[in-house]
Design a protein around this ligand. Structure first.
Ligand SMILES: Cc1ncc(C[n+]2csc(CCOP(=O)(O)OP(=O)(O)O)c2C)c(N)n1
Ligand SMILES: [Mg+2]
Length: 251
């Protein structure tokens, strides 16, 4: 196993104290170490947002692209050198809003790489506008009377767009997150993981306490090889304020 400290940089992340991104970066480093990846063979690609700074602080190759554009860059890197371990990162604004089109096509294109979306339900870096993942009614500086839009359902979208691995995990559960990240990276094809990430500054109502109460885990009753059951499970979320975590679909 590669030692975890291999991936540490000396600089300290400047995310807000208590940000869910600290859990995600810890999960990424642990995953890379447990998969025995070498820094020289690993590339992390991001777009724009608080989440997008993650490659700054992991000692591997990194590329910070334009807003919503991590997927085209990551797909290009993978096509140019298929021996590289390529992981793309998105934010809920970045990946489901600005980059929504790339998301749909990356799912059906099924290139062998992983895509992790830090879903904090808000445009964080630009200080708290409602995002495509914000719930209906969210009051924010760009929706002072409450958002009138239904949120995107990223898991249902990915399954119907043709992704061959679709999962949700939670930044507050490192152990489960690392298991999902490892499986996503080892999956032969496009693996998408929506990561629930509290933003303590601009979406404080969705705190770790809130999610600790609402998150639950898929068990053996869920057949992740059954696409219709996976889609039903993903659509269930629209009816209940609960967050199922685990592998929804894989083929
Ligand atoms: C094309 C484009 N539109 C808008 C912006 C401004 N912008 C920069 S970061 C950001 C919000 C990012 O939100 P999200 O992707 O959810 O990431 P977070 O900061 O929440 O981690 C926006 C709108 C930009 N840089 N480029
Ligand atoms: Mg966000």
């Amino acid at each position: 196993m590669t030692e975890l400290k291999t991936f540490n940089r000396t600089e300290i992340p400047n995310w807000c104290p208590g940000c869910g991104n600290f859990g995600i970066i810890a999960g990424v480093k642990k995953t890379l170490a447990e998969l025995d990846f070498k820094p020289e063979n690993t590339v992390l690609v991001s777009g724009v947002g608080c989440f997008a700074k993650l490659p700054y602080w992991v000692k591997v190759n990194g590329f910070v692209g334009l807003h919503g554009r991590s997927l085209p860059v990551a797909q290009g890197i993978k096509l140019a050198n298929q021996n590289l371990n390529v992981i793309a990162f998105g934010g809920d604004g970045d990946g489901y809003g600005e980059g929504g089109n790339h998301f749909t096509h990356a799912c059906r294109r099924n290139i062998n790489m992983a895509y992790f979306v830090h879903n904090n339900g808000v445009f964080g870096l630009t200080t708290g506008q409602y995002s495509p993942a914000s719930e209906k009614g969210r009051k924010s500086k760009s929706s002072p009377l409450g958002s009138t839009e239904k949120p995107v359902n990223p898991l249902a979208l990915a399954i119907s767009a043709g992704a061959t691995f679709v999962a949700r995990t939670y930044a507050g559960n490192l152990k489960e997150m690392v298991e999902i990240m490892k499986k996503a990276i080892l999956h032969d094809g496009f693996a998408f993981v929506d990561i629930i990430q509290p933003c303590v500054t601009f979406n404080p109502q969705h705190s770790f306490d809130y999610y600790n109460d609402k998150v639950y885990y898929l068990d053996d009753k869920h057949d992740s090889n059954n696409k219709l059951q996976a889609l039903e499970k993903a659509l269930e979320w629209e009816q209940e304020e609960k967050f199922a975590c685990g592998i929804f679909y894989q083929e």
